[in-house]
Ligand binder design. Structure first.
Ligand SMILES: [Zn+2]
Length: 98
């Protein structure tokens, strides 16, 4: 049981847990939910209802569907060869799996 995980070898910090919220999770909360590997999310009000009371998170979900350079906040890759932290992480023998 639980959420499907494309990386089952990774930590499942909150495996077996479910979250109930008053509104559909914003992208930041949803990201935390994914990282924690919760089993399920239940919410009362959808993104449209949430926007109607002044919390507009739906546009972010829509923006994420666009290519990086077409988003409201353009995202561009710079200096990928400079990402020495990735190499250090890759070769770290005692790293915690995500
Ligand atoms: Zn949130």
């Amino acid at each position: 049981m639980g959420s499907p995980d494309p990386f089952p070898e990774r930590a499942r910090m909150l495996k077996g847990c479910t979250i109930y919220t008053s509104g559909a999770p914003c992208p930041m909360c949803m990201s935390a939910i994914y990282w924690a590997r919760l089993d399920a999310v239940y919410f009362a009000c959808d993104l449209k209802a949430t926007a109607e009371i002044g919390f507009s998170d739906a546009y972010q979900y829509e923006d994420f569907k666009k290519p990086l350079d077409q988003r409201l906040i353009p995202i561009r890759q710079k200096l990928p060869e400079g990402a020495i932290a990735y190499a250090a992480w890759r070769h770290k023998p005692d790293k915690h799996p995500y």
